[in-house]
Unconditional design. Structure first.
Length: 173
């Protein structure tokens, strides 16, 4: 009598869905930003499925102060001006953002209106993460969501430190 091993069914991986053209372009742009170096190649594909890129022409608004915010952006190329409306009603440039900077992180965390206006100073390319995309990533891919959340929290913390330093320099002694 020949002893047979019990029948073991091999698990096969779910078919990997190919990225479409826009998702591939988004992934390629994500690869240019050091913020995303902590992610594995497969993770970058998942991110690319839940993010998108946008090209912004010089002078075009990315968003306007007091508008409802539901996305954040990672700057890949170009230069953006961040403007804040004064009590007198005019606008002041409070920051200039280039490659590697982010804008709109607060709208991923809270649902408050935009705190500033952002205009392209030069033709620019950004990667957009919507609140919905962020929610899907954190719910469906919790480990990746935690990493992404840590990145966003570090960015918010850095921006808060920078803002308080600038404020301290402006305060009278």
């Amino acid at each position: 009598m020949i002893a047979r091993a019990p029948f073991v069914m091999k698990k096969t991986a779910a078919p990997v869905q190919e990225l479409n053209e826009n998702e591939e372009k988004t992934r390629d742009l994500i690869l240019t930003l050091p913020l995303f170096d902590v992610f594995k190649t497969d993770d970058l594909d998942v991110l690319a499925r839940h993010m998108r890129f946008a090209e912004i022409l010089r002078g075009e608004h990315l968003f306007v102060e007091e508008d409802q915010g539901d996305f954040m952006c990672f700057v890949v190329r170009g230069l953006l001006d961040v403007l804040k409306k004064t009590t007198a009603g005019d606008y002041r440039v409070i920051a200039r953002l280039g490659k590697g900077n982010t804008i709109g992180e607060m709208s991923i965390i809270d649902r408050s209106p935009r705190s500033a206006t952002v205009i392209a100073r030069q033709p620019s390319v950004v990667i957009i993460l919507t609140k919905q995309g962020f929610d899907i990533l954190t719910e469906s891919y919790p480990a990746m969501g935690v990493i992404l959340l840590k990145i966003i929290m570090r960015l918010l913390s850095f921006n808060m430190r920078l803002t308080t330093s600038k404020l301290a320099d402006k305060l009278p002694q």
